[in-house]
Design a protein around this ligand. Structure first.
Ligand code: CP
Ligand code: NVA
Length: 308
């Protein structure tokens, strides 16, 4: 059975320990000028998109190529998938060609169906429900930039939309055991089944109505756009409903001294975060974006069988 990565929960605490250790090593190696390994020996990996992307597309292409493989980037809109070819057929077709299927697509259930018929790992590169590759890179960035506070002592604060990023942070807190305060506007709460399970697994997962209260003492503050991909028609209403949920100087002042700010990007400075907070923390935010590459290299090494 191939090992898939569809939710953050698909890896254990021990797996993440190894993943982050390996990500550090790969990052250091690249910093010293070693870009190319021959782990994949030319094996192809499909990187499929039915939504826009900058970071995910480029970081996965670099990751596969730097591991000595070959990335095949395909816009699913150009494929027979978009014309209704059964997912179970697509899964078996791709499995005959490539060593892993990395996919960004709205309904996560389609990824689950794909994985059920695939004989190679399926990696979630963002769905409407989750974005585990991003949160894995975010946690790695906390380990790197988080003032040497051990992960289990970090207090993460999520402000804003309870969508794919927030839901993945809830799963990360459940698996990795850090404290997580979540503050979402009314009507934009995460899926209750994800929240309940996270709270059952980690008593330090809390929901607070007041964003300032949620940020109190946080070592990490993070947020996402008000309007995710596919919800553009709701943008105006969301701008009104999300008033008071901006990460600004007042909110950062409630957090711990030297708290770090993370954002998965793309950001809308002036909307979910002020330009001033964003620029003050740009070093962490762009390290976070770069870390997608290092963590995804380590992830592909972990998931694709037969690699050294
Ligand atoms: N953060 C992230 O996934 O960025 P892209 O949408 O540009 O891939
Ligand atoms: N929540 C955002 C994340 C983008 C990386 C979206 O789904 O558009």
């Amino acid at each position: 059975m191939p090992r898939h990565y569809i939710t953050f929960r698909d890896l254990s605490l021990e797996d993440y320990g190894l993943l982050f250790q390996r990500s550090f090593a790969l990052k250091e190696e690249r910093r010293k000028g070693v870009y190319l390994r021959n782990h994949l020996k030319g094996r192809p990996v499909a990187v499929l998109f039915s939504k826009n992307s900058t970071r995910t597309r480029v970081s996965f292409e670099c990751a596969v190529n730097e591991l000595g493989g070959h990335a095949i980037i395909l816009n699913l809109g150009d494929s027979q998938w978009a014309r209704g070819e059964p997912l179970s057929h697509s899964a078996r077709v791709f499995s005959g060609y490539v060593s892993a299927i990395v996919i960004r697509h709205g309904p996560e259930n389609d990824l689950v169906k794909l994985s059920e018929s695939a004989s190679v790992p399926v990696v979630n590169a963002l769905t409407d429900e989750r974005h585990p590759c991003q949160v894995a890179a975010d946690v790695f960035t906390i380990l790197e930039k988080g003032r040497k506070i051990p992960l289990e002592k970090q207090k993460v604060c999520w402000i804003g939309d309870g969508g794919n990023m927030c839901q993945t942070w809830l799963e990360a807190a459940a698996v990795l055991g850090f404290a997580l305060n979540v503050s979402c506007p009314e009507g934009y709460q995460p899926d209750p089944s994800i929240s309940k399970r996270a709270m059952a697994d980690n008593p330090e997962v809390r929901f607070l109505q007041d964003p300032l209260e949620a940020a109190r003492g946080a070592t990490v503050v993070t947020t996402d756009v008000f309007t995710s991909m596919g919800r553009e028609k709701e943008a105006e209403r969301r701008r009104k409903d999300f008033q008071g949920f901006q990460v600004n100087a007042k909110l950062m002042a409630a957090a711990a001294e030297d708290a770090i700010f993370l954002h998965c990007l793309p950001a809308h400075p002036g909307e979910e975060v002020t330009e001033e907070v964003f620029e003050r923390h740009a070093d962490s935010v762009f390290a976070e974006a770069e870390n997608r590459l290092h963590v995804q290299k380590a992830l592909l090494e972990l998931l694709i069988p037969g690699l050294p």
